[in-house]
Design a protein around this ligand. Structure first.
Ligand code: GLY
Length: 381
């Protein structure tokens, strides 16, 4: 999809320049770049923007029962005004429904409407909807265009960018999926003002992760700007989204299939996915990543890689963002066992992403199991 506005130049600190809260970040991936449009109010002009890049008069829209009633009418009106005919499918919400079974009626709806290879699948929702819609787009007719319209902070800064799509299996999270890059992403930071505080905090876990792994200046900036973000200041939210999309875009462009540095984005996730699974998804993704980052930082200090002051800054920021830093009522041994089922296991060895300073991480596959277990005990009650 062609860019309709100029692309702001990143500053040396890795932040994106701003023009009235509007930014376009280009993800230069696999020879077919796509734009992430970050713009307050963009939801209402989605139809006009899509018109510039679509050869189809129809669009398939996947949403869920919570987001659909909130934002579906505005999106549908915008699509119709631009001459599109939307075909809507609605998922039951929640991680427990992130399954192949839940997708069967979606395939039925889109196939019986006779969608074609040129018909884009739009995702309207949070991370779960984006992951599932992306998987539908990857597999329907062996692949149709995919355009996420993320409505949560987590989905804007993570799930909608980079082409990881999929569903859960009883054995673990996101174990069935495909890489399928979007053709464009439309992120409207204004919708974040109505997000429940816990959802905003969940997305902040991924933002803290991005700065911790890649950008010490960004980390310090987040420490300063967190009050405005938590207060729902749209300018601060727009800047936060664009900054984080830029980090994600750079990592994904360098390593689209996670053969190397993309694994850094898994900081906190190997512990976190195990926490999600052992809690039967009662602990959501953001809080699980938060405690996962606390465990990983504790382990890094234990291994002599990270200084205690940096760990304390991380733990403090996580807490200020409204996220948990420990005290989980979960069986620590079960969490350690669940870590063995993560996708990050290679040749039977657990690959852990651990920080050695704020803004930098390394991958370790040589950490003794007893040390991993001790780190898990730091976050369980
Ligand atoms: N969410 C991690 C990744 O996209 O690689």
């Amino acid at each position: 999809m062609p860019a309709t506005r100029s692309v702001p130049e990143p500053s040396p600190t890795g932040r994106v320049g701003y023009d009235g809260g509007v930014a376009i970040v280009t993800v230069n991936v696999l020879g077919s770049p796509y734009d992430v449009h970050v713009e307050p109010g963009i939801l209402a002009s989605a139809g006009a923007i899509l018109l510039a890049g679509s050869s189809s008069t129809r669009v398939a829209v996947l949403t869920d029962q919570i987001v659909g009633p909130l934002h579906g009418p505005a999106l549908a009106a915008s699509l119709r005004a631009a001459g599109f005919e939307p075909i809507l499918a609605t998922l039951p919400p929640g991680e427990a429904n992130k399954s192949l079974t839940a997708l069967l009626p979606v395939y039925d709806a889109f196939l019986s409407a006779k969608i074609e290879r040129s018909t884009p699948v739009l995702a309207l929702g949070g991370g779960i909807v984006c992951d599932m819609a992306g998987f539908v787009a990857a597999t329907l007719l062996r692949g149709v265009p995919f355009i996420p319209i993320p409505t949560t902070l987590l989905a804007m800064v993570d799930a909608s960018v980079g082409g990881k799509t999929g569903v859960n299996h009883g054995v673990g999270k996101n174990l069935i999926g495909a890489f399928h890059q979007p053709t464009a992403v439309l992120a409207d930071p204004a919708v974040l003002r109505t997000l429940p505080p816990a959802e905003l905090s969940g997305g902040l876990a991924e933002c803290i992760k991005h700065d911790l792994i890649r950008d010490a200046d960004g980390f310090a900036n987040l420490e300063r700007t967190l009050p405005e973000i938590l207060a729902g200041d749209v300018g601060a939210l727009a800047e936060l989204v664009a900054h984080n999309v830029r980090i994600k875009a750079a990592v994904v462009a360098a390593d689209p299939f996670e053969h190397g540095e993309r694994a850094h984005l898994n900081f906190g996730h190997t512990f976190g996915h195990a926490v999600e699974r052992v809690s039967d998804y009662a602990v959501g993704h953001g809080p699980a990543v938060a405690v996962g980052m606390v465990a990983a930082a504790a382990l890094a200090v234990d291994l002599g890689m990270l200084d205690g002051g940096s760990r304390d800054r991380l733990v403090t920021l996580i807490g200020r963002a409204g996220l948990p830093t420990g005290g989980l009522s979960l069986d620590a041994d079960a969490v350690v066992r669940a870590m063995g089922y993560d996708k990050k296991v290679s040749d039977g060895r657990l690959r852990l992403v651990l920080p050695d300073r704020i803004g930098h991480v390394v991958v370790r596959d040589d950490v003794p199991a007893a040390r991993v277990a001790a780190a898990v005990r730091r976050i369980t009650a």
